[in-house]
Design a protein around this ligand. Structure first.
Ligand code: PGA
Length: 254
């Protein structure tokens, strides 16, 4: 595929997999994806499986991500996980502001922005998620909603930090529903996101930022989605929980 930006495909395992199941999955992925160099492959297991999975991926092309992170450093923050803890397991990426975090756990754009700064301060890379609900899309508010989320979630980032940030456009109505955005719907929003980035951070930065699509990505639709000019990878939920489907998504995208 002839794009300047290297595709990045990340599996978001959400609150799934015991340690043993996580190891099965990652060991299967290692066998399937050992030779893939064209795509950055990332897996984001639950915190409890980071230790095992991090050991399993040593020396492979599979990189590790976390699903969220505290905006604070070590200290009295019961239940939270600090950047310094993630770094012990060679975590490189951190998903921030996933719609489940926003909707179920009340994360706001302002909080996502703080977390993004903390992720960068630790020299990790955030994957910042944005996306509209079905009601918002039907009301013609997609760009307004995504524009507001983008602006608010990236407050305070320098252009250099923005370049090292990954965005994920995940229409809420497509997550876990089996309903994928059409390639045209995805490309439209991705192009809008890139235009906003250009206005805020400059053309050069906007051209370098990778924007993933997420929401019911499957082996059958991966190639077409990834073929869009402004789609630079995928954030995969359900289909990342099985070796076959995640491996096929990666292979079909090359
Ligand atoms: P899905 O989830 O692939 O199961 O739709 C995507 C996500 O939530 O990142």
């Amino acid at each position: 595929m002839n794009k300047d930006r290297k595709l990045i495909i990340a599996g978001n395992w959400k609150m799934n997999k015991t340690v043993a199941e996580a190891l099965d999955l990652v060991n299967g992925l290692k066998m399937e994806l050992a030779t893939v160099k064209e795509v950055d492959v990332v897996v984001c297991p639950p915190f409890t499986a980071l230790d095992g999975v991090s050991k399993a991926v040593i020396g492979t092309n599979i990189k590790l991500g976390a699903q969220t992170m505290s905006e604070y450093g070590f200290g009295a923050y019961t239940g939270e996980i600090a950047a310094g803890m993630l770094k012990e397991f060679s975590v490189r990426y951190v998903i921030l502001g996933h719609s489940e975090r926003r909707q179920i756990f009340g994360e706001t754009d302002a909080l996502v922005a703080k977390k993004a700064l903390a992720v960068h301060a630790a020299s990790l890379k955030p994957i910042v998620c944005v996306g509209e609900t079905l009601a918002e899309r039907e009301a013609g508010q997609t760009e307004a909603v995504v524009g507001t989320q983008l602006k608010g979630s990236l407050v305070g980032l320098t252009p250099e930090q923005m370049e090292e940030t990954i965005l994920a456009y995940e229409p809420v109505w497509a997550i876990g529903t089996g309903k994928t955005a059409t390639t045209q719907q995805a490309q439209e929003v991705h192009a809008f996101i890139r235009a906003r980035l250009a206005a805020q951070f400059g053309e050069t930065v906007a051209k370098r930022v990778r924007v993933q699509y997420g929401g019911s990505v499957k082996p059958a639709n991966a190639r077409e989605l990834m073929g869009q000019p402004d789609v630079d990878g995928a954030l995969v939920g359900g289909a990342s929980l099985e070796v076959r489907s995640f491996a096929d998504i990666v292979k079909n995208s090359i």
